[in-house]
Design a protein around this ligand. Structure first.
Ligand code: G3P
Length: 218
């Protein structure tokens, strides 16, 4: 499973890119609203930092408007993926953009039927939201599993991009069920890395190495 970061924060993206684990980036209007600067410059910089699919979301309604906005976003960089919400207009816009060879990430997907429609419209990525499904008392991981199973063997090259990830457990469950991608907030990346036994073990190794050096020199 490929790991993407879910943020528009350039410092966070630069840091996580330096770990060597990032295969792509997703953004959305709420994440963009948390940072300063014009969106085109932000997308360009993200494309410099990470060599992989970079999702940029349309913020207009209506099929024609989404298609125009999608073309505008796709023209920023070859790695831009146009993020479009799951709706009738969104499906129609996805079909139009896909026919032009523009990759679409269909977002705000919650169920397998929605995912099947997204895939049939030509979406390159389908993004089921795990955490937001949990938020309303459902089981987001089970809903994600339904999507993965429903799209398994689908005729197109659609990839399931697990979104609204809230914990390392979500990431591991997504990987175990065979999701293609998980887009992960920076905080969850750090939670994935940290473990108290790793820290304790490193302190012990460093102390023992220093003790040996003090005893033997060199
Ligand atoms: O980018 C879409 C998705 O990952 C949003 O997550 O945490 O706002 O539900 P969240």
């Amino acid at each position: 499973m490929k790991l993407f970061v879910d943020t528009a924060d350039l410092n966070e993206i630069e840091t996580l890119a330096s770990w060597g684990v990032l295969k792509g980036v997703t953004t959305n209007p709420s994440l963009l609203n948390q940072v300063e600067g014009d969106e085109i410059s932000i997308y360009r910089r993200i494309c410099e930092l990470v060599d992989g699919p970079i999702s940029a979301e349309v913020i207009v309604e209506g099929r024609e408007q989404m298609v125009s906005e999608g073309r505008r976003l796709a023209a920023i960089h070859p790695n831009i993926v146009v993020k479009i919400p799951t709706s009738a207009d969104g499906l129609a816009a996805t079909a139009a953009l896909a026919a032009e060879g523009i990759a679409v990430n269909m977002t705000l997907c919650f169920t397998a039927p929605q995912a099947l429609l997204a895939a049939s419209s030509g979406a390159r990525y389908v993004s089921p939201f795990v955490g937001r499904y949990d938020d309303i008392g459902n089981n987001g991981i089970e809903a994600l599993r339904e999507v993965v199973e429903a799209l398994w063997g689908f005729e197109s090259e659609v990839e399931v991009l697990a979104a609204s990830i809230r914990s390392p457990i979500h990431v591991v469950e997504a990987a175990k069920m065979g999701a293609d991608i998980a887009t992960i907030p920076p905080k969850v990346f750090r939670q994935m890395l940290e473990h108290p036994l790793t820290n304790v073990g490193l302190e012990k190794f460093n102390a023992d190495a220093a003790a040996r050096h003090a005893r033997l020199g060199g």
